[in-house]
Design a protein around this ligand. Structure first.
Ligand SMILES: C[S@@+](CC[C@H](N)C(=O)[O-])C[C@H]1O[C@@H](n2cnc3c(N)ncnc32)[C@H](O)[C@@H]1O
Length: 201
């Protein structure tokens, strides 16, 4: 909501178009620029609630696709049968459990920590969530698959980007128009997952 009580244009548009959150337009721009989604893809959606990214991806992957939508809390929208909603803590669930749900062509993470208001602490928590998303990708993302994750810019950012570069053929950093200018959030896009080297069993 903008000062003065009026919703910003993205919030108003999301409401009008039936999306659960304005965040949908961030993914829409990333998808438009990076060509990530197409019919039939299998997608892992981490931090899916209330569900606007899931809604958008449903329209792009269609009924021949599959979406596993994971969050601590339930989705706030009705989803078609090709979406499996799973309530869990991504930091606690065993990595192998994500492998059992996959493999996926695309992993997206819009996860955000409960913020403390201390910028460095919030950025460290956000980096921890992105690291976890990368570990999940090693278990559940197909070779050649793609990856999108929101991160709060902070002192860990360059290290996270470096680790992502080791795991993907190319890495882009994007700040979509719909992301508020004053927000520290930014999106990392990894294209072309290199075959992961997993620890021996
Ligand atoms: C910005 S919201 C996601 C918005 C969503 N992409 C949409 O378009 O509606 C961030 C989400 O991350 C989730 N989240 C944060 N930490 C998590 C964790 N450890 N495990 C699972 N979900 C988590 C929160 O519960 C919250 O719903």
């Amino acid at each position: 909501m903008k000062p003065g009580g009026k919703p910003d244009p993205y919030t108003a548009r999301a409401h009008k178009e039936g999306f659960a959150a304005r965040s949908v337009y961030k993914l829409e721009e990333i998808d438009r620029r990076c060509k990530l989604l197409r019919p039939g893809l299998h997608v892992l959606d981490l931090g899916a609630a209330p569900g606007s990214w899931t809604q958008w991806m449903c329209s792009r992957v269609g009924p021949k696709g599959r979406i596993v939508a994971v969050d601590l809390t339930p989705l706030g929208v009705t989803v078609p049968a090709f979406v499996q909603a799973v309530e869990l803590d991504v930091l606690q669930a065993p990595l192998e459990s994500f492998g059992a749900l996959g493999p996926f062509d695309l992993l997206v993470s819009d996860m955000a920590p409960h913020t403390t208001g201390v910028r460095d602490a919030d950025a460290a928590l956000s980096a921890e969530l992105v690291d976890r998303a990368m570990a999940i990708a090693a278990h559940a993302l197909k070779p050649g698959g793609n990856f999108v994750a929101k991160i709060f810019q902070g002192s860990d950012f360059e290290d996270v980007r470096k680790r992502l570069r080791e795991r993907f053929e190319s890495v882009k950093v994007m700040k979509p128009e719909a992301s508020r200018k004053e927000s520290v959030e930014i999106f990392l896009v990894g294209l072309g997952h290199r075959a992961p080297v997993l620890p021996a069993p």
